[in-house]
Design a protein around this ligand. Sequence first.
Ligand code: FAD
Length: 289
Amino acid sequence: MKKALIIGSGPAGISASLYLARNNNIEVTVVSHGESALLKADKIENYFGFAEPVSGKALLENGIAGAKRLGVKFEKSEVLNLQFTNDLKFEALTTLGSDIYDTVMIATGAKRAKPKFKGITEFEGRGVSYCAVCDAFFYRNKATAVIGSGEYALHEASALTNTSSSVTILTDGEQLKPDLPEGINRIDKKIKELVGSDKIEAVIFEDGSRLDISGVFIAVGTAGSSDIARKIGAAVDGSRISVDSEMATTIPGLYAGGDCIGGLLQVSKAVYDGASAAMSMIKFLKSSK
Ligand SMILES: Cc1cc2nc3c(=O)[nH]c(=O)nc-3n(C[C@H](O)[C@H](O)[C@H](O)COP(=O)(O)OP(=O)(O)OC[C@H]3O[C@@H](n4cnc5c(N)ncnc54)[C@H](O)[C@@H]3O)c2cc1C
């Protein structure tokens, strides 16, 4: 029996596990510490198969239940390191111990950094969002802002310009790195807090001034998490794991997919990546008999 490890139980990891588990001779283990981006998605209405919006939590729970039905093993722990054994298998060190695998997929999602000022956590799902492509529609014809100062912030702001009545990048005292395209405003002042009642209503700056707003999108730093790949020597591009069109990293037997390889940070794309990685893992296991 060959052993496959999937690191991450989000849509990318679960999708891969479904394809792998339907092969008789592969034992599939999914290790996850349980913080999928999906758990933050209140309402998903751009994924195939649902007449009404579905919560990210429900989507995830159904996905995990389906994988368990097919015999996928789940372990709740954090992968701390991945290294080669002498016979070129993979040894995964987790908070629960270590185990050896023939092939591995990294599906660890993207880290979304969170600023520290007051109001961010309180208004999550009530005006504070972490994904412009996902939630822009909920703020159509309303004023929105993006907190961040790099390429990632600009990417999120651009995704809002077609639907929002105005889009303002708030750099929170940082210098904006990319050039600002037409149609996007910018405020460089330090932010004090986000205020509102039921929903967010305004951003208050340290100098006492305010910006009335209906939605704030957090895009601080970069989207991506590539630490495990980097540690075993796989090529990465900034915070993204580099893969080819079959989700193969530069290390034979090691695959990656979902938000951690960049591109469209959406469920549909993560599911495709997972399926594609699994097909490559099956091919790899057959060729390494
Ligand atoms: C607020 C919000 C709203 C969204 N709305 C939508 C939407 O409407 N439509 C849509 O299509 N998409 C939406 N998304 C995006 C969607 O949730 C992601 O694109 C999708 O979850 C990515 O799947 P993934 O499997 O790559 O990563 P994730 O779902 O983030 O899963 C990553 C997994 O890796 C695990 N992990 C990470 N590091 C380790 C480690 N070291 N050891 C063990 N486990 C680890 C985590 O526990 C988790 O199980 C939204 C995201 C957010 C944040």
